[in-house]
Design a binder for this molecule. Structure first.
Ligand SMILES: Cc1cc2nc3c(=O)[nH]c(=O)nc-3n(C[C@H](O)[C@H](O)[C@H](O)COP(=O)(O)O)c2cc1C
Length: 361
């Protein structure tokens, strides 16, 4: 039975941020009830088709992950793991704790399956984040998404990223560098030509040092914005390839309001739009990246995946892994099962020996 269909009307009666906190707390509690969480994780893995895929050198049990922003503070890792996701991207975490923007800062656009947020990196900071993570058994593959503090001037942003990179290097399966949130003033300027080259050079140097010190290599992915023209997408792709980044995550939320009628309540709120209205733009960015990058680096596709067909579109556009956020708000964890079942069906009908073969990666 799809219990989320019963739960959703109750959650949607609460202010969005309250229902988000409630859901995370429930997941966090479920995750702490050992061995219940392990039982649920095993049940999910048994119930859901698992087609493994290796991306960035990491073997993932399935290609569907949780996008950044859902568990910013690493407080519900075991609960999310128990739902059967192939990986969870935690964060964005900033070096120091910061409150983010004043509330309200999260808005549902229910008639169009969208969300606008202007959270502005509310973060418990690296110390608390790492101690939360240490309390979890985290058997799931983990990405950790890092950002800069709002108070750090843009010209010193690299120091925040380097601090965060060093702190999470040993505990992440991969690290996502977020330079595309629309809610931290100036952050997207880091996608500009010189700023990006400088930042990527510093991060890769530090990654190489850390790799020697730790004795293992943790891949670095960069998360980009959907609000760019093709020239900028090509320039960024070329820069990521030249600096030998390990993956690109496309995309973050959009500041545009594509096809959103002014009649939609809340659509005039400032912030990044996610969900169904973002789907097409994000797929277009992925397709452009894929044609520019070829096989230089893999793409993690995210943005407006609300059903299995949307997920398949991201794969056909060029993604090797995908992530969900707003789709989970509207569809619940059943969305994951729908996508994995659809992949399973496609594997059988194409008689593909592996997901890599099916996706032609
Ligand atoms: C409430 C909310 C908070 C988010 N916070 C972050 C964040 O902290 N870091 C980040 O990289 N992306 C963040 N995102 C963006 C998502 O990770 C994702 O890129 C975007 O929402 C598009 O996917 P979706 O349409 O499936 O939600 C956030 C999205 C939402 C809705």
């Amino acid at each position: 039975m799809d219990s989320y269909r019963l739960l959703r009307p109750l959650l949607f009666r609460l202010p969005p941020e309250t229902s988000h906190q409630f859901t995370l707390r429930a997941l966090s509690l479920a995750g702490r009830m050992h061995p219940l969480d392990q039982f649920l994780a095993d049940a999910a893995r048994g119930r859901l088709p698992q087609h493994p895929i290796t991306v960035m050198g990491i073997p993932f049990p399935n290609p569907v992950g949780v996008a950044a922003g859902l568990d910013k503070h690493a407080s519900a890792v075991d609960g999310l793991s128990a739902l059967g996701f192939g990986f969870v991207e935690l964060g964005t975490v900033t070096p120091l704790a910061q409150p983010g923007n004043p509330r309200p800062r999260l808005f549902r656009l229910s008639t169009i399956n969208g969300v606008i947020n202007r959270n502005g990196f509310n973060s418990v900071g690296l110390n608390q984040f790492l101690s939360n993570l240490a309390c979890s058994r985290h058997t799931v593959r983990l990405g950790i998404n890092i950002g800069k503090n709002a108070a750090t001037p843009l010209e010193h942003a690299e120091q925040d990223y380097l601090t965060a990179l060093r702190a999470v290097y040993g505990v992440a399966d991969y690290i996502a560098v977020n330079i595309s949130s629309p809610n931290t003033p100036g952050l997207r300027d880091l996608q500009g030509e010189d700023a990006l080259d400088n930042l990527l050079g510093k991060l890769k140097d530090e990654q190489s040092r850390l790799s020697d010190n730790h004795g293992h290599y943790t891949p670095l992915a960069v998360k980009i914005s959907p609000d760019m023209d093709q020239i900028d997408i090509d320039r960024i792709a070329e820069s990521l390839a030249r600096h030998e980044l390990d993956a690109v995550i496309a995309t973050n939320t959009t500041v545009s309001r594509p096809g959103v009628s002014a009649q939609v309540p809340q659509s005039i709120e400032q912030g990044g739009l996610s969900g169904e209205p973002l789907n097409e733009i994000s797929s277009r960015v992925i397709a452009r990246l894929a044609s520019t990058l070829g096989s230089a680096l893999p793409i993690i596709g995210v943005g407006g995946i609300m059903n299995a067909a949307d997920a398949w579109e991201k794969f056909t556009a060029g993604a090797s892994l995908i992530q969900l956020y707003t789709g989970l708000i509207y569809r619940g964890p059943r969305l994951l099962g729908d996508i994995l079942t659809d992949i399973d069906r496609r594997m059988s009908s194409a008689q593909a020996g592996s997901l890599t073969e099916l996706l032609g990666r």
